[in-house]
Design a protein around this ligand. Structure first.
Ligand SMILES: [Zn+2]
Length: 97
């Protein structure tokens, strides 16, 4: 199978999206990136503000934590999965243990 390649569009203006707005979520055992938006450079700040509002409105269970949303650039621009750990390490992310 060919690797999956498709154009990701900004959810605000429809231009090619280069950035992802996401939060790190954990229940104390599992850490996942929750994606709020895909955005182009121009829309990233607005998408981030929107993501912050959505995150603040999101209820969490005891033990659950949702970090404030951040803008991720392509090296971290990966779906939830093993690539996140490598990406976080490359970017000096917080150690998880
Ligand atoms: Zn845009």
């Amino acid at each position: 199978m060919r690797p999956l390649r498709y154009l990701v569009k900004c959810q605000r203006c429809g231009l090619p999206a280069r950035l992802k707005v996401a939060s790190r979520w954990t229940d104390g055992h599992i850490i996942e990136w929750k994606t709020y938006a895909l955005a182009c450079q121009d829309c990233a700040e607005a998408a981030l503000a929107d993501a912050r509002a959505r995150r603040d409105a999101c209820r969490t269970d005891p033990g659950e934590t949702i970090d404030p949303p951040v803008i991720l650039e392509p090296p971290n621009f990966s779906p939830n999965g093993s690539a996140d750990a490598k990406g976080a390490a490359r970017h000096g992310g917080r150690p998880s243990k």
